[in-house]
Design a protein around this ligand. Structure first.
Ligand code: IMP
Length: 196
């Protein structure tokens, strides 16, 4: 028998879920909000030449779910950047690990992020991509940690406002782990304090 989502969640409780202090956004909340965003984007980008750009690694579950709620022709590409290394505080240094496979000249570009925290990563990406002469660039992020901003940056589409705490799950990691949690939660501080 294939387990239901509820049965799967019970299994999570016995596994890496133990490292989570509290769940902020459940699987269902993320699913419903993603559908709303997808409907909005479908409306806003009707008749455009849209390229959806996922920022790896964190955006992979979000972009996969988001594009499947967008009822329109679109193209998808990925960039990989690194800003945090292995810590829980932004270093401010953004490195491009993988660039786009195509030109974005005259395209409408939608950057998809897992979280905008200090804003340094998206700020860097916007500056970089603007030099390639796209028709437009907008930012869609699942989570927005507004309190943590170091640069004035406002995302165009936001899934949820996020408290200024270190969160993991649904693509977000700590040292590469927890990305596979189906929800977003606050990591128990003792996890990163003991491993610092
Ligand atoms: P920013 O440059 O500070 O806005 O951070 C952007 C990147 O840092 C995100 O794409 C995430 O990979 C990572 N990040 C920021 N906050 C968190 C968090 O609370 N948990 C996990 N990763 C985070």
């Amino acid at each position: 028998m294939i387990p239901t989502h509820m049965q799967l969640d019970t299994l999570w409780d016995k596994g890496i879920r133990r490292d989570i202090a509290r769940i902020l956004f459940t699987r269902t909340q993320i699913h419903e909000r993603t559908i709303e965003l997808g409907q909005q984007l479908t409306q806003d980008y009707a008749n455009s030449n849209l390229l959806v750009v996922g920022i790896l690694n964190g955006s992979f579950p979000f972009i996969a779910d988001l594009v499947r709620t967008m009822n329109m022709p679109l193209d998808i590409d990925f960039m990989a950047v690194s800003s945090y290394g292995e810590r829980t505080k932004s270093s401010g240094v953004v490195r491009t690990l993988k660039d786009l496979n195509q030109s974005i000249a005259h395209r409408d570009v939608l950057l998809v992020e897992d979280i905008v925290d200090t804003g340094l990563t998206v700020n860097y990406l916007l500056e970089n991509l603007h030099t390639r002469k796209p028709n437009s660039i907008k930012v869609c992020t699942l989570l927005d940690k507004r309190e943590a901003r170091l640069v004035p940056l406002q995302a165009d589409y936001v899934g949820f406002s996020c408290p200024n705490e270190f969160v993991v799950g649904y693509g977000l990691d700590y040292r590469g782990f927890y990305r596979n949690l189906p929800f977003v939660g606050v990591l128990k501080p003792e996890i990163y304090q003991t491993q610092a």
